[in-house]
Design a protein around this ligand. Structure first.
Ligand code: HEC
Length: 490
């Protein structure tokens, strides 16, 4: 039996030549230092890959049941949570392994940064790594949307209103992202495609390049204050040293990688088992302003930053800051690609790490309590203009409160201030009759979409009040709208 298998294996390998390709990869020498006790610093990259493998496996499992349609996504997740055997565990594992992957990629980058391993000749490895981080974050964001609960819905709304600020191309990007003018089925399809095809495809391709670069440039030796990097002599020195004292990768180094990865898997499995799956909390409902949505934890820092800064700075924080940060990350190996690698000789690098993580930590903590919402609820806090309620009856005043509380202002401006999704309602009293108003508010845009239906959200009294208020919205002296009647021809 064994003989047979060896023969088949030999036959395949003779044609494929994979052995000739893989064996040198496993046996390739690495600096002795990287296999010793310092080798524990080198385990984070492989742990990120282990987590990626979990994500692929659990992801395939989830995709067998999940339905990417707005009316069934929620249900299919509930099915996974409560009916499918172990479905809840699959979801929980996918969530916690995904979270751990973000953490691990960050830890890996931090280690590479602190040890100056991005310096000559590994600049490109770093640059590809930054794109891998972006892919990982992209996976996290698009995955959260697939949950299709209020957080997902508002995540999309936020992303849309952020992208909408891009000069010139803004509306086009929003259209591309949402798959139409409004958030709905096509938005979910787009994010499903992003999450299972586009981003994973990019991620896997980049990963291949990243690994190729690691093999080609060799694993860096642990930093040594006596050996600053000099691009003119580095390669020769590295290879002489490797030939003299190098050890095969498939040895101590692999054992360390495996041990650490195993530990990470145990932690993630335990977390998933104890904490259970995340959401879906409830069906999204755009008419509920109080949903208190929050982005997933990797984006909370940005959310907090936005909630704390004055509205005038929002566009800068949304558009310029991320580009600036990513640009800075990409430039790291070009700003300093030679000289000292040892952290003890690079106080500025250490300081950058400490400050960055402190700021991120504090902002993330704040993010859990921050009330920011991008120009969505923003106008609900604005009072109805005084001129519009100066002569109002008590019922109309009440109606203006309903208008306020139901967040109508987020889509409708009054006197030019407010959302732009629906028409400005400052003079609506001259355009629609009482009955037309009741119809519009109860039923919204027929077929769902632009304006939600409020019929189920409002008592009859609230409806009467808000309609009375809207009817009163007309320039002084103008009569309310009437149904047009045509005089019969004489
Ligand atoms: C999610 C955004 C949104 C919200 C929230 C919203 N509307 Fe609308 N509304 C629209 C849009 C878009 C239109 C344009 C017509 C359509 O698509 O049905 C509209 C149309 C209207 C119209 C008719 C305007 C005209 O000129 O014909 C009235 C009246 C109206 N809305 C009242 C309200 C009231 C009252 C509330 C709060 C209870 C509200 N809307 C909440 C989006 C919204």
């Amino acid at each position: 039996m064994l003989k047979w298998l060896t023969q088949i294996g030999g036959w395949v390998d003779h044609r494929l030549g994979l052995g000739a390709f893989l064996v040198p990869m496993l046996e390739h020498p690495i600096p002795r230092g990287a296999a010793g006790p310092m080798g524990w610093w080198y385990v984070f990259g492989s742990a990120s890959m282990t987590l990626l493998a979990i994500q692929i496996l659990t992801g395939i499992g989830l995709s067998l049941v999940y339905v990417p349609a707005p009316d069934q996504a929620f249900e299919s997740l509930e099915y996974l949570n409560y009916e499918q055997p172990m479905g809840w565990f699959l979801r929980a594992l996918h969530y916690y392994a995904g979270s751990a992957m973000v953490v691990m990629v960050l830890v890996h980058m931090t280690q590479v940064f602190l040890h100056g391993s991005y310096k000559y000749p590994r600049e490109l490895t770093w640059v590809v790594g930054v794109f891998l981080l972006l892919c990982t974050l992209g996976m996290f964001f698009s995955g959260q949307i697939l949950r299709w609960d209020p957080d997902a819905y508002w995540g999309l709304a936020v992303a849309g209103s952020m992208a909408g600020r891009v000069p010139v191309a803004g509306p086009w990007i929003v259209q591309l992202l949402h798959g139409g003018a409004v958030i709905g089925g096509s938005s979910l399809s787009r994010f499903f495609a992003l999450h299972v095809f586009i981003i994973p495809g990019a991620l896997m391709s980049l990963l291949v390049v990243h690994l190729w670069l690691v093999l080609r440039c060799g694993v860096s030796a642990p930093p040594n204050a006596q050996q600053p990097v000099d691009p003119r002599t580095y390669d020769a020195d590295y290879h002489t040293e490797l030939h003299r004292t190098g050890v095969p990768f498939f040895g101590d180094a692999v054992v360390k990688d495996a041990c650490f990865s195993a530990l990470v898997v145990i932690v993630v499995v335990a977390l998933a088992a104890i904490m259970g799956p995340k959401g879906p909390s409830e069906l999204p409902d755009p008419t509920l302003g109080g949903a208190n949505p929050r982005p997933e934890w990797p984006f909370l820092w940005l959310f907090a930053l936005l909630s704390m800064s004055p509205p005038a700075a929002e566009t800068f924080i949304i558009l310029v800051l991320p580009v600036l940060l990513i640009g800075l990350l990409l430039l790291v190996p070009f700003i300093s690609n030679r000289g000292q690698r040892a952290p003890s000789q690079r106080p500025v690098a250490v300081l950058i790490v400490v400050i960055s993580y402190t700021v991120l930590g504090v902002l993330t903590y704040e993010g859990y309590s921050a009330p920011w919402s991008p120009a969505m609820n923003a106008w609900s806090g604005d009072p109805v203009p005084v001129s519009m309620v100066k002569q109002s009856s008590p019922l109309q005043l009440q109606g203006s409160l309903v208008f306020q509380n139901k967040n109508c202002r987020n889509c409708h401006a009054l006197a030019g201030v407010g959302g732009r999704r629906g028409p400005d309602l400052s003079t609506i009293g001259t355009r629609l009759t009482r009955d037309q108003l009741i119809d519009q508010i109860s039923n919204g845009t027929p077929g769902g979409g632009n304006m939600p239906a409020y019929g189920q959200q409002m008592g009859p009294h609230e409806m009467t009040a808000v309609v009375d208020f809207l009817v009163s919205l007309r320039p002084a002296g103008q009569p309310p709208a009437r149904v047009a009647t045509v005089d019969p021809p004489q």
